[in-house]
Design a protein around this ligand. Sequence first.
Ligand code: ADP
Length: 248
Amino acid sequence: MGNSDLKIEKEIEQTDINSLRTDMISINAHQIRTSLSSIKWIIEMFLNEDVGKLSTEQENLMRKAKESNDRALEIVSELLMANKTTDITEKKYCFSEVNISEVIESSIFDFTGEAHARGIEIIFLKQASALPNVRADKEKLRVVIENLLENAIKYSNMHGKIFIATKEESGFVEISVKDTGIGISEEGKGKIFDKFYRDENAQKKEPVGSGIGLFTARKIIENHGGKVWFESKKDEGTTLFLTLPVST
Ligand code: ADP
């Protein structure tokens, strides 16, 4: 083996290690965020006195717990955001048979705290008959579902409702995430899948955002042989749809 071959092999090895490291950070950060979100939710139940009256001392302690939990949530969200900017769509895909309902349910659980804080209800309209498994890279699929859910929450008004539905059609499973939020402007309709594009109304509602969530989601779904599209009406709401091939 020549020197240049060795060098290339080393570079590939290094790329693999880096990509593994990014995946590990992402998966662990997601799990930490899940735990912190449910702690946040529980603390809020105490502070709202949903589970009984608190003494002043108990309330003060709960407020302290809330402050440090919120700080930890912020840090972990920043970590997830920084990790997101590395292009995961280009990384190796590990396809397996995936139960899509499980991925949806655990993603919803991840956002329970965030949705609760904004008074938003997430409803999973689970179909009566079992859905077939899809052929997917589970972690990348999770990133897609979480992007769609995160957007539905971010671009909803207080006390909005989010409906997630699934159905099987012609060898594909279709997933839809519908919100009752701010909608997409006519101008934005042709651009929301472009890298870094953010609609003006979205920027007003949520000043912080990267504009890469939907770009990433579309690339991942297309790399699975599926499609992504949407329907939206300004000030009424948006539904994002995606399809994935059934595992054969
Ligand atoms: P980000 O949310 O970080 O801005 P995304 O790539 O996820 O980036 O979305 C791109 C743009 O598409 C958003 O800035 C917003 O204008 C629009 N958009 C996406 N999802 C929704 C939604 N559910 N409701 C309204 N607008 C949306």
